[in-house]
Design a protein around this ligand. Structure first.
Ligand code: ADP
Ligand code: MG
Length: 323
């Protein structure tokens, strides 16, 4: 089920009503309605962990215009951790509390594959051989993957923190008219979580992929005064966001009761191709829409809310990834 994080309301004279699974106000820290990062993790992050431990794939993506709080929601601010660090921390705390430790073993690998201009990079590779323009391929059973993408075995949360610190140094940021450090790439952080069960009669392995995605700003390129190369980037960013919207619409038309599946255009953008097995199918998908309180952003806010509305129609089918 889609879940949407909505930060504020629009001005009364422009009121339109939308309904989502969750809505969160974070305009005023003093207000009783203020929602903490912890609460967002309790509502959404714990569902992701539950899905992974139950053997499902999961995907959380933050959608909204630049400056509306996507990175704050996903990564957090100093001293105010967002969903990604909390999910990683929660994963290891669940592993260490697991009563199944005797009969199951866990393996956690992380990757980070930002997409910029329809090209995939490797954010976490330490020694730079080729770290950008990596190819996406699809394995008949294991699904889409990025060729040559480095994967990192992590044994505890501080291993993850260390990798994230190294990854931050590699991140490309450039300024646009809207925000001086705006992320124009889709940041993808992927966790591959493997559970092996040592049943003498039937040993089995379950792999769950968790994709945590901080999408590029959803504003139209022309709204930011972009020209030339920037405008082209805007076009590509938009292409993957438009395709993501189309994928969401197609998935929304599917029903577990229908025999024939609708055509879902996953391969029309690198972003949707990579997220294929975490959108629809057997996965837990959470969309977080972030919006701005400013009147001047009314148009973008409305388009974000409409985009989020489409995600509500997706009904995923429960099938565990067991071998
Ligand atoms: P985006 O990634 O969508 O461009 P950011 O997450 O960078 O936007 O948010 C812009 C600024 O607003 C940052 O300084 C961020 O810390 C702050 N911010 C965003 N959302 C919130 C929130 N819900 N509560 C407190 N501060 C926020
Ligand atoms: Mg950002």
């Amino acid at each position: 089920m889609a879940s949407v994080r909505v930060a504020v309301r629009v001005a009364p004279e422009n009121t339109k009503t939308f309904t989502y699974d969750f809505s969160y106000d974070s305009t005023d820290r003093q207000s009783s309605a203020f929602t903490s990062q912890e609460k967002v993790f309790e509502d959404l992050g714990s569902d992701v962990l539950k899905a992974a431990f139950d053997g499902y794939n999961a995907c959380v993506f933050a959608y909204g215009q630049t400056g509306s709080g996507k990175s704050y929601t996903m990564m957090g601010a100093p001293g105010d951790a967002g969903l990604i660090p909390r999910i990683c921390e929660g994963l290891f705390s669940r592993i260490s509390n697991s009563s199944r430790c005797d009969e199951a073993s866990f393996r956690t690998e992380v990757r980070s594959e930002p997409i910029y201009n329809e090209r995939v990079r490797d954010l976490l590779r330490r020694k730079s051989t080729q770290t950008y323009n990596l190819r996406v391929r699809e394995h008949p059973k294991d699904g889409p993957y990025v060729e040559d993408l480095s994967k990192h075995l992590v044994l505890n949360y501080s291993d993850v923190e260390e990798l994230m610190e190294a990854g931050n140094i590699n991140r490309t940021t450039a300024s646009t008219g809207m925000n001086d450090v705006s992320s124009r790439s889709h940041a993808i952080f992927t966790i591959n979580f493997t559970q092996a069960k040592f049943d003498a009669e039937m040993p089995s392995e379950t792999i769950s992929k968790i994709h945590l995605v901080d999408l590029a700003g959803s504003e139209r390129a022309d709204a930011t005064g972009a020209t030339g190369v920037r405008l082209k980037e805007g076009g590509n960013i938009n292409k993957s966001l438009v395709t993501l919207g189309n994928v969401i619409s197609a998935l929304g038309q599917e029903s577990p009761l229908k025999k024939k599946s609708a055509f879902v255009p996953y391969r029309d953008s690198v972003l949707t191709w990579l997220l294929k097995d975490s959108l629809g199918g057997n996965s837990k998908t959470i969309m977080i829409a972030t919006i701005s309180p400013a009147d001047v952003n009314y148009g973008e806010t409305l388009s974000t809310l409409r985009y989020a509305n489409r995600a509500k129609n997706i009904i995923n089918k429960p099938t565990v990834n067991e071998d």
